[in-house]
Design a protein around this ligand. Structure first.
Ligand code: 5GP
Ligand code: MG
Length: 181
């Protein structure tokens, strides 16, 4: 892990090492394997670009049931603040009609994004919608939608790495870093 990384005007310091992230993903994958092993229709993993790319990749290779992968891209963050407005930047790459959907997100903060995503998935005809997030900020989350699978819970800090960015930089780092105070 680097002692710090600089992205634009901000400095980030180590927060969650890769090994810990992987151990948490192992656990979530185990739960999904138990819950979906007898699924009659192969569920769809709905990867929310770009933040969820690395998490979806690590998660998928641990799943031992048949599943599909569909992606879409939304945006709600501007810098380090959630704007509350969700923009659909790239539509669904496949149909959700009649499918069981597992939304795979990088992080759930206020919950605005996941709220919209669940509505979109239902509106597209998904029969069952579950949420799997790598990270959850429980102190900030204010929606009633259950976050069915969570790998790690963190305080209300702004983090980058393992797919997460600060204004488009930082996604490539395999460890998670937090904004230096
Ligand atoms: P929400 O709509 O739940 O407030 O925010 C969810 C989205 O905001 C996430 O999908 C993610 O893209 C972004 N986000 C929330 N918290 C963080 C954070 O700490 N770091 C980064 N890089 N993005 C975040
Ligand atoms: Mg995201």
């Amino acid at each position: 892990m680097k002692p710090e990384i600089k992205l634009h005007d901000k400095t980030f310091v180590p927060f969650i090492p890769y090994e810990k992230i992987i151990a948490a993903i192992d656990q979530v994958a185990e739960k999904l394997n138990a819950d979906y092993k007898d699924s009659e229709v192969p569920p769809v993993l709905l990867c929310i670009l770009n933040g969820s790319i690395m998490f979806t990749g690590e998660l998928m290779k641990r799943l031992d049931f048949n599943c599909e992968l569909i992606s879409m891209k939304v945006s709600s963050y501007d810098g380090t603040e959630s704007t509350g407005k969700i923009r659909q930047v790239m539509g669904l790459t496949g149909s959700l009609k009649g499918k069981r959907v597992i939304i795979v997100e990088d992080i759930v903060d206020t919950g605005n994004t996941i709220d919209s995503l669940v509505s979109i998935a239902r509106g597209e005809g998904a029969t069952d919608v579950k949420v799997c997030s790598m990270l959850l900020k429980p102190d900030v989350y204010k929606k009633n939608i259950p976050i069915d699978y969570v790998a790690m819970r963190i305080p209300n800090d702004f983090i980058v790495g393992f797919g997460l960015d600060y204004n488009d930089l930082g996604r490539n780092y395999k460890d998670i870093y937090v904004l230096k105070q």
